[in-house]
Every structure is written in C-alpha cells, then in structure tokens.
Design a protein around this ligand. Structure first.
Ligand code: PEP
Length: 253
C-alpha cells in the first residue's frame, strides 16, 4: 500500500462576496500554511474567482479546484461551465455530487456519474461527495445510502482511474450545522466505504483511495478525526472562509 497523503480542501461555496475578498482570503491562507509539508491543501472557490485565487496562491503549493462542471465540452448550454474550461484556468479537481448540488439543484445519481466520468476523462480528479440525510442516519441507514451512491456514482470507473478519485463522506446532517460526526461514527463509515471499494476494485486499490470527512470540521474537531485510520483528510466549508481556522485545520496533529 502507498501511504495516503492527507488532503484538506476548502469549499468556499458561494463565498466570499467579491473578488478582492477572495484574493485576500487566498493570500492569507497561503501565508498561514507556508512551509507545511506532508499534506495536500486545496481551495475550491466560485468559478469567477478561480484565476485570481490561482494567481494569489502561486508558489504556495496550494491547488485550486471547481465546485461543479457540466458534462459537455462547449456549445449551447447557457450558464454551464465545462471541464475543458476549468482545466484551461488551472483547476485540478472538481467536486461532484455535493449535497447542495443534489438537493438544491436536483442533481441525480446518473448525472453525478456522468460528471465523475467526464472529469476523469480530462485527467482531472473528481472529489465525489456522498452521505446520508438526517432521517437516513436516524434510521441507521448511513452505510446503505453510501453503498447506493458509490455504486451509481462510480459506475464505469475503472480500477486504474480510482487513483484519481477522492471520496468525501459528508453526512448531510453535519454540513453547515455545527453537528460534526463523532470520530467513531465517521471512522466506521469510512472503513465501510473502503471495504465497499475493496469489494469492487480489490484491496490494493481501496487502500490507496483517499477518503475525506466533511461536515462542520473545525480546528477543535479536526485532530481527533484525522487520528482515525481511514480518515485521510477533510472537506471544509464554513471554517475554510476564515484563514487562521483553515490553516489550523491543515496543520492537524
Ligand atoms: C461542505 O460544504 O462540504 C461542508 C462540509 O461544509 P461545512 O464545513 O460548513 O459543514
């Protein structure tokens, strides 16, 4: 098994409100994570801020990604942005299936699967977000829900391509709520996800896939989460908008 390099990514969602604030935030994160080694740090800003944020991060080693992408390369798709465009402005990965895309924008598993395949076809990396709702969690269905989403969202993805896939386990009830999953709950779902991947792709492939936890991660919760054997990083929403909090998360112990 290759050692899995931890990956911490900040999903800015539809924040901050203007380009100057975005550039400042990126510069602050770069300054406050300077010299950090042994962890991959990424920022996922809104589309218009990708090029200026990329420039503000130059030389820092922090990568940029996109929050979404459409499945066609170009054409009459008003409001859509293609993976080709994202690649041309320096995006290395794309969030696929974030719960806000699933619920607010009604993206279904088939569309998310097409996006994962499209991103991989461009040699970019999808960060595939999966996770159960509050009701599903309370009914004890978290692993079943993850299994269904993994099966549908990874359809057609080969074992070879899995080296470029990052999975983010994001229980919907933990996103933006301050209700972080306990390390025990998160670890048990992460271990389940890895065993699911082993069943489909073999243990060696599964052992190399990085699985992030997402859902109200803060400087206070990150260390215990990252101490779990199957938690390989964090996808951070709210706390990624505050440079010193995000930098502390990247410096987990
Ligand atoms: C997210 O949007 O992916 C997320 C985990 O948000 P938050 O950290 O704010 O819960």
């Amino acid at each position: 098994m290759m050692a899995r390099t931890p990956i911490i990514t900040g999903n800015w969602k539809m924040n901050p409100g203007d380009m100057a604030s975005a550039v400042q935030l990126a510069a602050d994160v770069a300054a406050q994570t300077k010299g950090l080694e042994g962890v991959e740090v990424g920022i996922i800003p809104p589309y218009p801020f990708v090029p200026p944020v990329r420039d503000a991060l130059k030389g820092s080693g922090i990568t940029v990604g996109a929050q979404n992408a459409f499945v066609e390369d170009k054409g009459a798709f008003t409001g859509a942005v293609s993976t080709t465009m994202l690649l041309s402005v320096g995006c290395e990965y794309v969030l696929c299936g974030h719960s806000e895309r699933r619920t607010i924008f009604k993206e279904d598993n088939a569309l998310i699967n097409s996006k994962v395949l499209k991103v991989l076809s461009k040699n970019m990396r999808p960060i595939l977000c999966i996770g159960e709702s509050k009701e599903e969690y309370e009914s004890g269905l978290n692993k079943e829900v993850c299994a269904v989403q993994l099966g549908k969202n990874l359809a057609g993805v080969t074992a070879e391509q899995m080296k470029d896939v990052v999975i983010a386990y994001e229980p919907v009830w933990a996103i933006g709520t301050g209700l972080v999953a306990t390390p025990e709950v998160a670890q048990s779902v992460h271990a389940y996800i890895r065993s699911w991947l082993a069943g489909k792709y073999g243990q060696a492939v599964a052992d190399d896939v990085r699985i992030q936890y997402g859902g109200s991660v803060t400087p206070e919760s990150v260390d215990d989460l990252m101490a779990c054997p199957d938690i390989d990083g964090a996808l951070v929403g709210g706390a990624s908008l505050v440079a010193d909090k995000f930098a502390r998360i990247c410096r987990f112990q």
